[in-house]
Ligand binder design. Structure first.
Ligand SMILES: *Cc1c(COP(=O)(O)O)cnc(C)c1O
Length: 379
């Protein structure tokens, strides 16, 4: 029997040399050599105007809420089918969350429902690119422009994925990446804030440096180092950044490894989809995804529980995903669902994620798929 975990952090081996070098350089705090190096790599590769590495995507989202100057009573529109940090970052600043339903094909926020959710208090729209498949950004941008709203992209899962050829995270006003160990590229815990508006560049550096102008001061652009605005410490250690540096240099290789496994899953399982046992992920033609995740949508909650247990007995870890935020304890206090929940709760109850990581082997994927076939044989 094989033993296949749900996730293994990417590790190519080249990371160690950079980590050792970071230690030798003797400057381990934020904004060191490798932090700047990663920022430059991301800026170059994804044509981002300015990138600031952070301690997590959660931190990047918190920075975004500060940059958008969220005040108590402001409303922020997002899907309910997302990770808690998408909402928490804005709730911490006093915002009310207005949740909208998702599309049943991509599990992304339904762009046609955004306009109905807008009120006089709306300030920001937060599209979440689920599984690295882009939200329908042209429609979301058009609504944001019409109502003068900001767009903060939660692109935690969307590094190296594209919408009409444009890298996710660089489309809205601010983009947020995650380099958590469960994401495609990692530094253990980490993230990046992608700044697409020049007005935010200096403000973002101040917010990330505890509300001080330390960065400007060190560059000789200010004669004092003082408290300028609200802020926190959102800098990563240079040791973590060095690990990520190695991965970013080999991002194509990691992407190819994941895409091969994704395509293999898809080819293997297609036949069961044709027999209507479950539904496989859908990627619209204008989206290039990054194989962040491979999931099935099962026919019922019960069947999903059974398949998780069945695969576990074969040494395979598969798992469900989000509990909708609007029905969670804090979500009920901090937000409301605008319109009808046609697809969010259904997705939460039926979506099953299969093992997906760079080191997953072709043999592993065949083994997993064989057991999925066995499970459905009598059903
Ligand atoms: C992983 C994830 C986050 C949080 O990322 P961290 O780096 O762990 O803070 C936020 N939003 C989404 C959609 C995620 O998948």
């Amino acid at each position: 029997m094989r033993n296949i975990p749900f996730n293994k952090p990417a590790n190519l081996g080249s990371e160690y040399g950079y980590v050792a070098d970071a230690v030798k350089r003797g400057r381990l705090s934020g904004d060191g050599y490798y932090t700047k190096g990663c920022q430059r790599l991301i800026e170059e590769k994804y044509h981002a105007k300015k990138v600031l590495l952070t301690g997590s995507c959660t931190h990047s989202l918190e920075m975004a809420a500060l940059l958008c100057d969220i005040k108590p009573g402001d409303e922020v529109i997002m899907p309910s089918f997302t990770f808690v940090s998408t909402a928490n970052a804005f709730v911490l600043r006093g915002a009310r969350i207005v949740f909208v339903d998702i599309r049943p094909d991509t599990q992304n926020m339904d762009e046609t429902l955004v306009e109905h959710a807008i009120t006089d208090r709306t300030k920001v729209i937060v599209p979440v690119h689920y599984a690295g498949v882009a939200c329908e950004m042209n429609a979301i941008k058009a609504v944001a422009e019409q109502y003068k709203l900001k767009i903060v992209e939660d692109a935690a899962q969307g590094v190296h994925a594209f919408y009409e050829g444009i890298p996710l995270g660089t489309i809205g006003d601010i983009g947020c990446y995650s380099f958590h160990e469960t994401k495609n590229y990692t530094m253990g815990e980490g993230g990046a804030t992608i700044l697409n508006c020049e007005d935010d560049f200096l403000r973002a550096e101040i917010i990330r440096e505890k509300g001080t102008n330390r960065t400007e001061y060190l560059l000789g652009m200010a004669d004092k180092y003082t408290w300028k605005s609200k802020g926190s410490s959102y800098l990563p250690s240079d040791i973590s950044s060095a690990y990520l540096y190695g991965q970013l240099l080999e991002s194509e290789k990691i992407n190819t490894m994941r895409m091969e496994r994704y395509n293999q899953y898809y080819a293997n399982l297609r036949d069961l989809q044709d027999k209507e046992k479950f539904v496989l992920p859908y990627v619209p033609d204008n989206c290039t995804h990054n194989a962040h995740m491979f999931y099935l949508k099962t026919r019922s909650f019960e069947e999903r529980c059974e398949i998780i247990a069945y695969l576990r007995e074969k040494g395979i870890v598969s798992t469900f995903h989000y509990i909708p935020l609007h029905s969670s304890q804090q979500g009920r206090k901090s937000g409301i669902f605008a319109g009808e929940d046609k697809y969010t709760t259904v997705a939460a109850e039926t979506l099953l994620r299969l093992p997906m990581f760079a080191d997953l082997t072709g043999g592993d994927v065949d083994y997993i798929c064989e057991h999925i076939y066995d499970f459905y044989r009598e059903r």
